[in-house]
Design a binder for this molecule. Structure first.
Ligand SMILES: NC(=O)c1ccc[n+]([C@@H]2O[C@H](COP(=O)([O-])OP(=O)(O)OC[C@H]3O[C@@H](n4cnc5c(N)ncnc54)[C@H](OP(=O)(O)O)[C@@H]3O)[C@@H](O)[C@H]2O)c1
Length: 341
C-alpha cells in the first residue's frame, strides 16, 4: 500500500481526488490539507464521502510541513504550487502538481501568460502528464505537471493529425466548459444569473491554455494554435470543436484509421466513427471521447472531443499518472462509466 497526500483538499479537484481514490485498492490517503479547515473531519467538509470506511480517521491538517507520503498531489492554484512543491521534492517525495506551474519548460512563456514571476524548476525529472503522449517520461519523473483541462481535450483531439502531418499548420479550438473549471470560489463571472441560459466567451484570444496546447502539439509536428473558451451553464465537462484544414488528399475513413491506429493501446481515449461525443457519456469518468471527423467542401476537417474537466481534465488524469509512476495498472481506481442521459 502506498501513502498519498492531497494539498488543497477542500477544492474541487481535491474533492475529486478523494472521490476517485476511495475506490483505489493500492493507495491510502494519509494526509489532506487545508489552511482554513485545520482539524476538521473530511466528512464535515465533504459530506458526500460519508460512510467511506477508508476515510473514517481522516482529518484536515493546516500544516503542510508535517506531510509525509510516497506521493503528494498539489491541488492548489498556480503560484501557490511553486511555493510548496520544492520542499516535497527535496524531501524525496514524488509530486503531481495540478496547477500550471510546472507545465512549461520555457519559463518566459509561463511568465508572459500567467503574469507572475516563476521561482524556477527543481533539478529533477519533470514530465508533462499527458500519458497518451508522455508515458515513458512520466514513469521516470519525480515531478509530474498534470495538464490543463482545456489542453487535455484539445491536444488529444488533434494529436494524430499533427503527428501524421495531414493538416495545415493553423488549428482553431472552440471549447465549452462547465463552471467547476473555475474552482470552488464563486465570482461575478460564475454567478448563477450570469451563467444560466448564457454561453459566455471569455479571454477570446488570450487564454493561458493556448501556449500550453501549442507547445505540446509542436512536439508532434507543425501547429499554430488559436483557442477560444466559452463558459456554459453546466457544472462539469468540456466539449471541444477542433477546426483544421487538410493539407493532404485523405478521406474520412482514412482519417478515422489514423485515429484508431494512434490510440489503439489507449483505454481512456475512445474513438467514435458514427456518434458525436456527449458530455454525459464522460461525466465522472476518465475517458476522452473523440468523434466528428467530418470534412466540408472547403477541406475543413472538424473533430469533436468530450472530457470531464475534473476527471480526465484534472484528478482522474492525476491518478492515471500516479498509477504509471508506481507501476500499477493504469486503470486502477478509474473504473467509472458515464451517464446516458
Ligand atoms: N477545476 C478544474 O476543472 C481544474 C482542471 C485542471 C486543473 N485545475 C487546476 O488545479 C488546481 C486546483 O483547482 P481547483 O479547481 O480544485 O481549485 P479550488 O477549487 O479553488 O481549490 C484550490 C484549493 O487550494 C487551496 N489553496 C488555495 N490557495 C492556497 C495557497 N496559497 N496555499 C495552499 N493551499 C491553497 C484551497 O484550500 P484552503 O483554502 O482550504 O486551504 C482551495 O480549496 C488549480 O491550479 C487549477 O488551475 C483545475
Amino acid at each position: 500500500m502506498r501513502e498519498v497526500a492531497i494539498i488543497g483538499a477542500t477544492g474541487y479537484t481535491g474533492a475529486e481526488l478523494l472521490r476517485l481514490l476511495a475506490n483505489h485498492e493500492k493507495v491510502n490517503v494519509a494526509y489532506i490539507t487545508s489552511r482554513k479547515e485545520d482539524g476538521k473531519h473530511v466528512f464535515k467538509i465533504h459530506p458526500h464521502l460519508r460512510g467511506i470506511e477508508k476515510y473514517k480517521d481522516l482529518y484536515f491538517t493546516g500544516n503542510v510541513d508535517k506531510v509525509e507520503a510516497d506521493l503528494v498531489f498539489t491541488a492548489t492554484p498556480h503560484g501557490a504550487s511553486m511555493d510548496i512543491v520544492p520542499d516535497f521534492i527535496e524531501r524525496g517525495m514524488k509530486v503531481i502538481d495540478l496547477s500550471g506551474d510546472y507545465r512549461f519548460e520555457d519559463l518566459a512563456l509561463y511568465e508572459k501568460y500567467y503574469k507572475i514571476k516563476h521561482k524556477g524548476l527543481p533539478d529533477v525529472k519533470i514530465a508533462y502528464g499527458l500519458p497518451e503522449l508522455h508515458r515513458e517520461e512520466i514513469k521516470k519523473a519525480q515531478l509530474v505537471a498534470n495538464p490543463g483541462c482545456f489542453p487535455t481535450g484539445a491536444i488529444l483531439a488533434v494529436a494524430p493529425l499533427v503527428k501524421e502531418n495531414v493538416i495545415e499548420e493553423r488549428i482553431i479550438f472552440d471549447s465549452k466548459t462547465g463552471v467547476s473549471g473555475a474552482g470552488i470560489k464563486p465570482t461575478e463571472t460564475t454567478h448563477f444569473t450570469n451563467v444560466n441560459e448564457n454561453i459566455n466567451p471569455y479571454k477570446i484570444t488570450t487564454h493561458r491554455h493556448t501556449p500550453e496546447i501549442e507547445k505540446e502539439l509542436k512536439k508532434l509536428g507543425k501547429a499554430k494554435v488559436s483557442f477560444t473558451p466559452h463558459l456554459a451553464p453546466i457544472t462539469r465537462g468540456i466539449l471541444t470543436t477542433a477546426h483544421t484544414f487538410l493539407s493532404k488528399d485523405v478521406d474520412r475513413e482514412e482519417i478515422i484509421e489514423i485515429y484508431k491506429k494512434f490510440y489503439k493501446d489507449e483505454f481512456f481515449v475512445r474513438i467514435f466513427s458514427e456518434e458525436i461525443p456527449k458530455l454525459t457519456w464522460v461525466r465522472g469518468t476518465n475517458f476522452c471521447d473523440i468523434g466528428g471527423f467530418e470534412i466540408d467542401e472547403h477541406g475543413r476537417l472538424v473533430v469533436i472531443s468530450a472530457i470531464d474537466n475534473l476527471v480526465k481534465g484534472a484528478s482522474g488524469q492525476a491518478i492515471q499518472n500516479m498509477n504509471i509512476m508506481f507501476g500499477f495498472d493504469e486503470k486502477e481506481g478509474l473504473f467509472e462509466i458515464g451517464l446516458n442521459p
